[in-house]
Ligand binder design. Structure first.
Ligand code: F6R
Length: 213
């Protein structure tokens, strides 16, 4: 089984519950393969704001997983473009993603696919938008420390997952979720690409859903 994983505040309680359930039910996770969506360029696995570090803290260190099956784009790769290409290929070689977990940015990004990323995109490097750097700046001691670039799975890679679940929580996501609900698929709102997928579940709390009918 290959799982596509996301980071972010929204996923923290999900990972805590997942760890509890897996332990309670003694589920064998030794054959589980994971591919994270994205990583900041320039941050290594021991940087506290890297997504590899986040995954270690919230999921990986709590379970008997096989380390060589856990994939996060390498933010320190010498040649990030080549590393991105290899990442998409590794997913295909693993048989594709059975399940992709997603969060959503306040500008509608999924992974780090910012507005107007082509829906046909594969894993690529990206210059982060001012909005995303501002949103994520809360985790860094100074805005100037927020990385300017990242690597992310492309929208086409995400759409190839056999099943997708997007989680959204909080009042600050309400306008985005309303746009997603009311609009058609449009590259201005990356998450709207999910309208082209036949097996998507969206889970929201009341605040995030407050702009829906
Ligand atoms: C991170 C990722 C991002 C986040 C999004 C929401 O791996 O994929 O798209 O899901 O930025 O982040 P939070 O949950 O912190 O609001």
């Amino acid at each position: 089984m290959a799982l596509g994983l996301a980071t972010g505040s929204t996923q923290e309680s999900l990972y805590a519950q997942l760890v509890r359930l897996i332990r309670q039910r003694s589920i064998d996770v030794s054959k589980l393969t994971t591919f994270n969506l994205d990583e900041y360029i320039g941050l290594g696995e021991w940087h506290r704001q890297s997504y590899r570090y986040y995954m270690h803290e919230h999921l990986f260190k709590h379970l008997p997983l096989s380390r060589q099956r856990l994939h996060v784009p390498d933010g320190l790769a010498d040649n990030p473009e080549k590393a991105c290409q290899a990442y998409s290929e590794a997913i295909r070689a693993a048989g594709g993603l059975d399940f992709q977990l997603l969060g959503i940015g306040s500008n509608g990004h999924i992974g780090f696919n910012e507005p107007y990323t082509p829906f046909s995109s594969r894993t690529h490097t990206v210059a982060l938008s001012d909005q995303t750097r501002l949103d994520n700046g809360r985790f860094f001691s100074a805005h100037s420390e927020v990385p300017t670039h990242a690597m992310t799975l492309g929208i086409q890679d995400i759409l190839e997952a056999r099943e997708i679940m997007l989680l959204a929580t909080g009042r600050h996501k309400a306008d985005t979720m309303a746009q997603l609900y009311h609009g058609d698929a449009n590259e201005a709102l990356p998450a709207s690409a999910l309208k082209h997928h036949h097996n998507v579940t969206i889970v929201m709390d009341r605040e995030a859903a407050s702009g829906l009918p």
